[in-house]
Design a protein around this ligand. Structure first.
Ligand SMILES: *Cc1c(COP(=O)(O)O)cnc(C)c1O
Length: 379
């Protein structure tokens, strides 16, 4: 059961996540769609999210860290044994980690010549060419082989002939449809693919999917769109909303025109009115850059945030809300039908990715959906 005494509640709709995966898969030119569940599935819980996606038919998952991969393999293990589920680790294989990858049946994404050498040496000494992904950097300069490095490596027969599971690259500017980097990276990647014609290729994360079929290659690699964030800011959000977050009113007070609210007295009432104080703050992940910005909702009535966000408290102007609704313990929507993750991100001056990762650090979590594994604490 959800802790009935918790002051905030986070509901995660696993059916909506599975539906979002199907929407993305149905876009894929070649019908292949993986799922990125790094960072504990963008804060929403890697185990329940991956279980729901595996049940929906997803067979390849990406995490960032080796430890995340080991935990995910265990979480999927018994239920999906024999289903051929693959787990790839984006950060790749650091020295002396190859054995752990093999032991837990994980696929490294090899990001530089050192990682390639480490992996091939381990495979040679163990007599098995275990699956691995080659990541070529086409302009982002974050992770991946530089194109010249790739060209050098591919001159060696053992790299050219290795049975790579996938060759991939990552777009730096896909959320800006008209950015020239998109075409530049696509062209550089086409040259890479031409040197490994038999190897499946992956280019698009969430936003790349909506740049069109030229960007789909063989396999899509979405993360944030699965969780309901709009991957294509130039159009209406094609994804279903996944999270709802609410918190409780602690206290309501009437105050006079000219009175101040909160730390720093940054807000002054323009007329007599009412302030409601809510049980949520930056310690719950509502970062302080949201001070004085954005609107929460009580039964559909707008509650503009006024004054600074405190560690455990938010103050809202409740002057326009019927008094009968304003009582301690009443639930206020932070995210839900009236306010999307993207809207909250705009209010905080950040992106939906970060909002999801910050959510519900204290909130009681409920997973909703056909394959929900029940309910968990804030974990
Ligand atoms: C995080 C990540 C993704 C997923 O990105 P989204 O924008 O969340 O879809 C895909 N590929 C790589 C290499 C990543 O780091």
């Amino acid at each position: 059961m959800t802790d009935p005494l918790a002051a905030s509640r986070l509901t995660i709709d696993l059916d909506a996540i599975a539906e979002n995966w199907r929407i993305l898969r149905d876009q894929a030119t070649h019908g292949q769609c993986a799922a990125v569940v790094k960072g504990n599935a963008y804060g929403l819980g890697a185990a329940p999210v991956a279980q729901a996606l595996a049940a929906a038919g997803c067979r390849l998952f990406f995490v960032a860290h080796l430890a995340e991969g080991i935990a995910l393999r265990a979480a999927l293990g018994s239920t999906f044994e024999g289903a051929g589920i693959e787990i790839a680790v984006l950060n790749g294989v650091l020295p002396h980690q190859a054995a752990a990858f093999a032991a837990h049946d994980l696929i490294p994404v090899l990001n530089d010549a050192g990682q390639v050498a480490e992996w091939l040496a381990w495979c040679r000494s163990h007599g098995a060419a275990r699956p691995a992904i080659l990541h070529v950097d086409t302009g982002m300069n974050r992770l991946g082989l530089r194109p010249a490095e790739f060209d050098d490596l591919i001159e060696h027969g053992d790299v050219a002939e290795y049975p790579w599971r996938l060759v991939m690259t990552h777009l730096a500017c896909a959320d800006d449809r008209d950015h020239p980097m998109n075409q530049e990276q696509r062209q550089r990647f086409a040259a890479v693919r031409a040197r490994l014609p038999a190897v499946p290729a992956s280019l698009a994360a969430s936003s790349g999917v909506f740049l069109g079929p030229d960007f789909h290659a063989d396999l899509l690699r979405p993360g944030v769109a699965l969780y309901g964030v709009n991957p294509a800011p130039w159009m209406a959000n094609p994804m279903r909303q996944v999270v709802e977050l609410s918190t409780q009113i602690l206290q309501v007070r009437s105050i006079d025109r000219g009175e101040a609210v909160g730390y720093g007295a940054t807000h002054r009432m323009e007329r007599d009115g009412r302030i409601a104080t809510l049980a949520y703050g930056y310690s719950d992940g509502y970062i302080r850059s949201g001070s004085g910005r954005g609107t929460l909702y009580l039964a559909g009535h707008a509650l503009p945030i006024v004054g600074r966000i405190s560690m455990d408290l938010i103050t809202v102007d409740a002057s326009a809300v019927p008094e009968s609704l304003l009582h301690p313990g009443a639930w206020v929507e932070i995210l839900g039908p009236h306010r999307s993750v993207d809207t909250m991100a705009r209010d905080l001056g950040t992106i939906g990715y970060e909002v999801l990762n910050l959510l519900g650090q204290r909130a009681a979590r409920t997973y909703r959906g056909a394959v929900a594994m029940g309910e968990e604490g804030a974990g």
